[in-house]
Write a protein that binds this ligand. Structure first.
Ligand SMILES: [Zn+2]
Length: 122
């Protein structure tokens, strides 16, 4: 079972909590999409990158290790499933699309404010 897109999952849960009667219907239309984070590879490097110096020492060895997947970690988004379960927002009735866009804007703003607060050490 592919892990569900967190934003979409939160949206459905919020809608249920707020008593929207369409929430149950929306919760039945999950479909699989190629994981946008790892592009269907199932692995990421978690931001790991190499500098020229790393290659200067043992270019061949390092290249080989990379190709062999020595630095690959399961993708944190799809947990190596290569696919995610997502809502088909485009296929939803217009008013639910609007609802989603409103919710998404708010959620992004909240996440941003949260990150800012953390940066300020609050
Ligand atoms: Zn992934």
């Amino acid at each position: 079972m592919a892990p569900k897109n967190r934003w979409h999952l939160n949206f459905v849960e919020d809608a249920k909590e707020n008593g929207h009667d369409w929430a149950e219907g929306v919760d039945r239309v999950w479909h699989n999409v190629v994981c946008p984070r790892c592009d269907g590879e199932g692995t990421t490097w978690h931001g790991l990158s190499f500098a020229a110096e790393d290659f200067a020492e043992d270019r061949e060895g390092l290249t080989e290790a990379i190709e062999a997947g020595a630095f690959d970690r399961p993708c944190e988004e799809c947990h190596g499933n290569k696919v995610m379960s997502a809502l088909d927002i485009q296929a939803m009735p217009h008013e639910i699309q609007q609802e989603y866009l409103r919710w998404e804007t708010e959620a992004i703003n909240l996440a941003r404010a949260d990150a800012q607060e953390r940066m300020m050490g609050a």
